[in-house]
Design a protein around this ligand. Structure first.
Ligand SMILES: CC(C)(COP(=O)(O)OP(=O)(O)OC[C@H]1O[C@@H](n2cnc3c(N)ncnc32)[C@H](O)[C@@H]1OP(=O)(O)O)[C@@H](O)C(=O)NCCC(=O)NCCS
Length: 180
């Protein structure tokens, strides 16, 4: 889905939330590789991101045309800072009330409260789109993300031990949900 661009001032900076266009494809792919290299808390290593620009553009188009998905980019003073997204679990009517989200900010833009503002916006759009439950997965060691999700009202509902091994360290995966 496509939502209207929103511009706010946050800590003296201009913050823009907007959907991606295919022209963002190359930049988004580079940023995706960069952020996976910066944090151990995403699902893959940077050298495992083998998407082409064409595939990234197709991903953007799919997100924009599918009424059950939203890909929201965040820009701070004109610089790309990261993105958040949700996707509905609408493959059957039985699960169509649920969606799951993801978020990844470039390291330079973490730790300043931007994640919370972006997710509040995302959750509002998910509710507007008719979803009743938002779900997510987070590594146990990702203290910052877990704090943020708890502040936003997410509740833990299970975990998978030894879910991922990152640089020789084993991470459990925690599942969380929030009623919208
Ligand atoms: C996780 C992420 C979305 C959080 O967004 P953010 O804007 O950086 O988070 P905030 O600055 O709002 O901080 C969130 C909370 O963690 C706390 N915090 C900040 N830095 C911290 C740190 N280094 N260690 C522990 N807690 C920290 C903040 O005080 C805040 O607590 P509060 O919500 O109770 O006030 C963002 O850091 C990010 O994209 N990280 C990289 C990718 C990632 O981990 N994605 C999530 C995968 S599940």
């Amino acid at each position: 889905m496509i939502v209207e661009q929103e511009k706010i001032t946050y800590r003296g900076k201009e913050v823009i939330f907007r959907c991606a266009t295919v022209d963002d494809g190359e930049m988004l792919l580079e940023a995706y590789k960069k952020v996976t290299g910066e944090t151990p808390f995403l699902a893959a290593d940077a050298d495992e991101i083998n998407l082409t620009v064409e595939q990234e553009k197709a991903f953007i188009e799919k997100n924009n045309s599918d009424p059950h998905t939203l890909l929201l980019l965040v820009f701070v003073d004109g610089q790309y800072a990261g993105n958040c997204s949700f996707a509905g679990k609408n493959s059957t009517r039985r699960t169509a009330h649920r969606a799951s989200l993801g978020i990844a900010l470039l390291r330079e833009f973490t730790g300043m409260g931007l994640g919370g503002i972006a997710l509040e916006r995302l959750l509002a759009e998910a509710k507007k789109a008719g979803f009743e439950q938002m779900e997510l997965e987070v590594y146990s060691e990702n203290t910052r993300a877990r704090k943020l999700y708890e502040r936003l009202g997410f509740v833990e509902c299970g975990s998978i031990p030894d879910h991922s091994r990152v640089n020789g360290e084993s991470f459990d995966l925690i599942r969380m949900y929030k009623r919208l």
